[in-house]
Design a protein around this ligand. Structure first.
Ligand SMILES: [Zn+2]
Ligand SMILES: [Zn+2]
Length: 155
C-alpha cells in the first residue's frame, strides 16, 4: 500500500463522520498538502474495492466513506447532513425471507434511515416557540385609543 493510501485509510478509520470524498480530501490535505482531489478519489475507489472501507450512497447525491466495515445501519439528518451509526441486531433473517419468497440469491441489501438529528430538532423547536418579531408601529395605535379621553387640560 502506498503511503498516500495508508494515510487516507487512517483518516477514514479515525473519524465517525462518514465523510464524502471532498471532506476526505480536506482531512488528508493537512498531512499531504500536495495531494490532489483526483488522487483521493482513486484511492477511495481502491480502498472500497479491497473492502477496507465502506462506500455508501445514502441518497444525498454523494458517496460517503466509512472506516467501520462491520455490519451496521445509518441514519442521516435531512437538515444538516450528519450521519450517525446505528448499532442494532440485523433485521431478523431478512435475506433468507426474501430469498425464499422470490427465489433470488440475495447478495446484499441497503437499509438506511433519515430524519432530523437532535441538534436540528432543538433548532426547529426553538424556532417554532420563539415570539414573532415585534412590529414597531403596533404600540402607537393602542396609545391612540387611550389618548381619546386626554382633554383634561387647565387653561
Ligand atoms: Zn441535523
Ligand atoms: Zn457507519
Amino acid at each position: 500500500m502506498t503511503a498516500q493510501r495508508k494515510i487516507i485509510l487512517e483518516e477514514i478509520e479515525n473519524t465517525r463522520a462518514h465523510p464524502a470524498a471532498h471532506e476526505v480530501y480536506e482531512m488528508v490535505r493537512r498531512r499531504l498538502p500536495r495531494i490532489s482531489l483526483g488522487t483521493v478519489y482513486r484511492n477511495l475507489e481502491v480502498l472500497s474495492e479491497y473492502g477496507l472501507i465502506r462506500r455508501m450512497d445514502l441518497g444525498d447525491g454523494q458517496y460517503h466513506y466509512d472506516g467501520n466495515t462491520e455490519e451496521h445501519y445509518h441514519v442521516r439528518c435531512t437538515e444538516c447532513g450528519r450521519i450517525t451509526d446505528l448499532f442494532m441486531d440485523p433485521v431478523c433473517d431478512l435475506e433468507g425471507t426474501i430469498a425464499r419468497q422470490t427465489g433470488y440469491e440475495i447478495a446484499g441489501y441497503r437499509l438506511d434511515f433519515f430524519g432530523l438529528c437532535p441538534v436540528c430538532r432543538r433548532t426547529r423547536e426553538s424556532e417554532n416557540t420563539a415570539a414573532p418579531p415585534v412590529l414597531g408601529s403596533r404600540k402607537s395605535s393602542e396609545q391612540g385609543e387611550e389618548n381619546h379621553e386626554g382633554g383634561n387640560q387647565s387653561g
